[in-house]
Write a protein that binds this ligand. Structure first.
Ligand code: CTP
Length: 390
């Protein structure tokens, strides 16, 4: 499955270094060529010979090794993917600060391929705002991070900081290696989040949408080389700085922002949970309580319907539908009504926080996708790229 893939494995000095032996072994057995760089602290935990035995490759531990015939910069160019597992607070901090003072940090700085960090450390270290700020900074710059697992840590504490299962790391590795830049040159527009419709200066109407699915699609499209425009209303997640984003909180603001970008977009994902109604006349002053209150609502513009009406033959329009009943029938009706190419329908009763279950319909496709939102996002893009239209 990983045949001909070149993975540069960076091992730093944490107790989980011994678990990375199994990772190196599994990756090698799956056909990858694995070269390993160990920091001097990592060598305190595991002998380089152990990694050499499972990868059948020389292990590089020093920057200027007269014995080694491997030039350190060439390693940065050689790899398809760099994986730092386990990644200590130190290597994350060094990378975030642009420090390149040993072979591993120099290689990370010199490489242009994706870098995946697998942090594993004491819970207080992981939760330290400095470490978190470094992770956010690097994520915004396009570095990838896996979340550590929750459990008993080597230091005796219970919490988040454990090295994840190697199978899970391998899943991430396959994801990053699999998706080549097949959206390169395409303009992708993604909307996300819950609109807020003002009742008065203090109150608004909104819904439960977190914006996670939209963000997953935007990130996936970005990884695959698209120029992504991310238009969002209220969302419960941080928008990475590498995404070109516009905030449009109300249905009306979203309508104008989306229409401004539409003619320049090749693929459009309307994941935003746009309000169908808004207060007819929002009060300029805070409404004081007295008896019962009747709030008059009026319809907002249906953005997606308008996009369907204006769609050109080379644009791909993807709508989203959250349904609590008759999922397929309702979704198919929306394809017709709004002139969509695809609709991604999810059942409100089974949608979870980070996982989702989506039925993709359109262009002859009827595919059920289940999993975490990031992997489902990639699969939705796969379905679209396989469609007859493109
Ligand atoms: N949408 C939109 N503009 C609106 C409302 C929804 O563009 N004012 C988009 C959403 O982004 C989503 C799709 O339309 O892609 C949802 O379809 P819709 O028929 O509006 O679903 P619901 O809002 O759930 O409507 P209904 O209550 O009729 O099922």
């Amino acid at each position: 499955m990983l045949k001909d893939k070149k993975i540069l494995l960076g091992i730093t000095g944490g107790i989980a270094a011994y678990k990375a032996v199994d990772l190196a072994s599994k990756l090698t057995n799956m056909g990858a060529e694995v070269k390993t760089i160990m920091t001097s602290h990592a060598c305190e935990f595991v002998s380089p010979i152990t990694f050499k035995s499972v990868t059948h490759q020389p292990i590089i531990t020093k920057m200027f090794d007269a014995e080694s015939d491997i030039e350190h910069i060439s390693l940065a160019d050689w790899a398809d993917l760099v994986v730092i597992a386990p990644a200590t607070a130190n290597i994350i901090g060094k990378t975030a600060s642009g420090i390149a003072d040993d072979l591993l940090s120099t290689t990370i700085m010199a490489t242009t391929v994706p870098v995946l960090f697998v942090p594993a450390m004491n819970i207080h270290m992981y939760e330290n705002p400095i470490v978190q700020e470094n992770i956010t900074k690097l994520s915004n710059l396009g570095y990838f991070f896996m979340e550590p697992e929750f459990g008993i840590l080597a230091c005796g504490y219970k919490g988040k900081g454990r090295y994840p299962e190697n199978e899970e790391i391998i899943f991430y590795i396959i994801t990053y290696l699999k998706y080549k830049k097949d959206l390169f040159g395409r303009n992708v527009l993604v909307t996300a989040g819950a609109s807020q419709e003002e009742i008065d200066p203090m109150r608004f109407i909104t819904n439960y949408s977190t914006g996670k699915m939209g963000l997953a699609l935007a990130r996936a499209a970005h990884i695959r080389g698209a120029r992504v425009k991310f238009i969002h209303s209220s969302i419960g997640v941080n928008v990475p700085e590498y995404l070109d984003s516009i905030k449009a909180v109300s249905a009306e603001k979203m309508h104008s922002a989306v229409l401004r970008e539409y003619s320049n977009s090749d693929i459009i994902f309307m994941t935003a949970a746009v309000a169908d109604y808004k207060p007819a006349v929002p009060s300029k002053q805070k409404i004081k309580k007295s008896g019962d209150l009747n709030l008059k609502l009026k319809r907002t513009k249906d953005i997606l319907k308008e996009l369907g009406e204006r769609k050109t033959s080379d644009q791909i329009l993807v709508g989203f539908a959250a349904e609590s009943e008759n999922l397929k029938e309702n979704a198919l009706q929306k394809i017709e009504k709004k002139n969509l190419d695809f609709i991604c329908a999810n059942n409100l009763n089974v949608s979870g926080k980070d996982d989702t279950e989506i039925l993709v319909l359109g262009e002859g496709a009827e595919i059920k996708l289940i999993g975490n939102k990031f992997s489902v996002a990639h699969q939705i893009i796969d379905v679209i790229l396989k469609s007859t239209k493109k």
